[in-house]
Design a protein around this ligand. Structure first.
Ligand code: DO4
Ligand code: MG
Length: 275
C-alpha cells in the first residue's frame, strides 16, 4: 500500500487503485504505529478516484526532522577516504565503518526538503556535487519503522573533503534533500534483493547510472533507529536516510539542468532537476 501527500488531501494506492483519504492531519497520520492497519481498515470508507493528480504530489513530510546515516556501504567509505585523504580525514571514515556506533547526522528540516519533480540545489560555494540515492525510513515517535520512501542526500564533496568538520555545510542547505514520491506503508523489512538505482541525465542523455541492493549495507535499519532514538525524542516521528551505496566517479559533478532519477522498485521513482 502506498501513501501520497498532495496539497488537497492524502491518497492511498492499493492494487493500482487510488482512494482519497480522510481529513486526519498528515503529522497525526504518519505518526501512527498501526499505520498499515489503520489505512487497510479505513479503505472502504474512502472515495475511489480515477487517478492521482501527479503534479500535485508533495514530499511526504510534515513537521518531521530528516536524519541520515553515513558510511553504511563500503563504496561510501572508500569514496570518502579518498576525498578526505589530503585533509588527514581519511581514517575517520574507515573507523566509523568498522565501529559499533553508526554515523548519524541531522540532514534537513521540512522547509529544506523538496518533493518529486521539484528542483534540488547545489551550493554557490561548491564545485563538486553529487546526489546520494538512499532508502529512507519513516519512523514513528515510538521508534517503529512503518514505511519507506526514497531520499536524495545532496552532497558537496569538495566541502566535506576539505575537512570532515565541514560536513553539516556540505549536507544541510536549502533544497539539499528530496523525498518521495510516496510512502510504501509496510511494517515488514524490504527484501535484501531490493535494488536502489541512480540515473543522471544531462540534456536528455544518460551521464551516469549505477545501482546497489539492500544486500550490501553494513547496518540494519533497526540498528540505525535504535542508535538515533537513544536519548533523543521525535514528537512527530522522523525520516531517516540509510546511506548511499552509489557514488559517481570522482570526475563527475552535477550541473544545472541535470535530471536525477532514483528508483527503488517497490516504492517508485523520485525524479528531480538541479536548478
Ligand atoms: O560521512 C559523510 C556522509 C556519508 C553519507 O552521507 C553516506 O554514506 O550516505
Ligand atoms: Mg548520504
Amino acid at each position: 500500500m502506498k501513501l501520497y501527500r498532495t496539497a488537497v488531501a492524502y491518497f492511498v494506492e492499493q492494487d493500482s487503485q487510488f482512494f482519497r483519504g480522510d481529513d486526519t492531519a498528515w503529522d497525526v497520520l504518519i505518526a501512527k504505529d498501526d499505520l498499515a492497519d489503520y489505512l487497510k481498515a479505513s479503505l472502504f470508507k474512502f472515495a475511489a478516484v480515477p487517478t492521482l493528480p501527479s503534479a500535485e504530489i508533495q514530499a511526504p513530510i510534515g513537521s518531521q526532522e530528516v536524519w541520515a546515516a553515513g558510511v553504511t556501504y563500503f563504496r561510501s567509505r572508500d569514496a570518502r577516504m579518498e576525498e578526505a585523504k589530503s585533509a588527514g580525514g581519511g581514517d575517520f571514515y574507515d573507523r566509523v565503518y568498522a565501529a559499533p556506533r553508526p554515523e548519524l547526522f541531522m540532514k534537513a528540516t521540512a522547509h529544506r526538503v523538496v518533493g518529486p519533480n521539484r528542483k534540488v540545489a547545489i551550493r554557490d560555494d561548491s564545485k563538486w556535487n553529487v546526489p546520494e540515492p538512499e532508502l529512507t525510513l519513516l519512523v514513528t515517535p515510538s521508534g517503529k519503522i512503518t514505511g519507506y520512501t526514497i531520499g536524495n542526500d545532496m552532497s558537496s564533496r569538495d566541502i566535506e573533503g576539505e575537512n570532515p568538520l565541514y560536513l553539516p555545510q556540505a549536507k544541510v542547505y536549502d533544497r539539499s534533500c528530496a523525498l518521495g514520491p510516496c510512502i510504501l506503508v509496510s511494517p515488514e523489512p524490504l527484501p535484501k534483493a531490493t535494488e536502489i538505482r541512480l540515473d543522471i541525465l544531462r540534456a536528455g542523455k544518460t551521464e551516469f547510472s549505477g545501482s546497489t541492493t539492500l544486500e550490501s549495507p553494513k547496518r540494519d535499519p533497526a540498528q540505525l533507529v535504535e542508535y538515533l532514538y537513544r536519548n533523543n525524542s521525535f514528537p512527530s516521528g522522523c525520516f531517516l536516510l540509510t546511506g548511499t551505496g552509489v557514488v559517481p566517479p570522482d570526475s563527475f559533478t552535477l550541473q544545472m539542468g541535470d535530471e536525477i532519477r532514483i528508483t527503488i522498485p517497490p516504492i517508485g521513482s523520485l525524479i528531480n532537476q538541479v536548478g
